[in-house]
Structure formats: structure tokens, C-alpha cells
Write a protein that binds this ligand. Sequence first.
Ligand SMILES: [Ca+2]
Ligand SMILES: [Ca+2]
Length: 91
Amino acid sequence: MAQKVAVKDASAKCSDAQLKSMYERCEADKDGRLSQAELQNLLTEMGVEFPHLRAKSVLWHADENQDGYISLSEFGTLIKYALKLSTVPKA
Ligand SMILES: [Ca+2]
Ligand SMILES: [Ca+2]
């Protein structure tokens, strides 16, 4: 069963279901929030290149309630922000 989720394709569309599925896949310790380390893994997995940004600054921008973690709703903001700043080459 080769049913790998293509994160790049999913992020291009950004539907709620896709965001939720991405979020849950990257939420490694299942504590219901995305930590900076988990965020870094996500960015790596997405193949998003950040010439001058790190997970910390992405988190800072997306963390609307400033609790240091990314909730599912903040995650939507984060993905849009990441895609805007990313340098993913066009196919
Ligand atoms: Ca977590
Ligand atoms: Ca937060």
C-alpha cells in the first residue's frame, strides 16, 4: 500500500481536512499542540526552503496567542505564511 501523502500537493490546496491531517501527522508527541521542534520537522518534510528563516521565527509569526505552540487554527495561518515565503520551485 503505497499511499504516501504528498505534503507539497496538500499544502498547495490548503483545505481544512488536509491541514488537519498534516497537523496530526507532524504532531509527534500527541499533546495537541505543535512545538518548535515538531514545526521544524514539518518544514523539513514539506521541503520548504527558508533562506533566512528558521522554525523559531515562523512560529513567532504564526503563534497568535503567544503561548509558544501552534494550535490547529494557528497552523492554517502558518502554512499560508510558509508558502508565501517559501522558495519552492515551480514545476
Ligand atoms: Ca506536540
Ligand atoms: Ca499558539
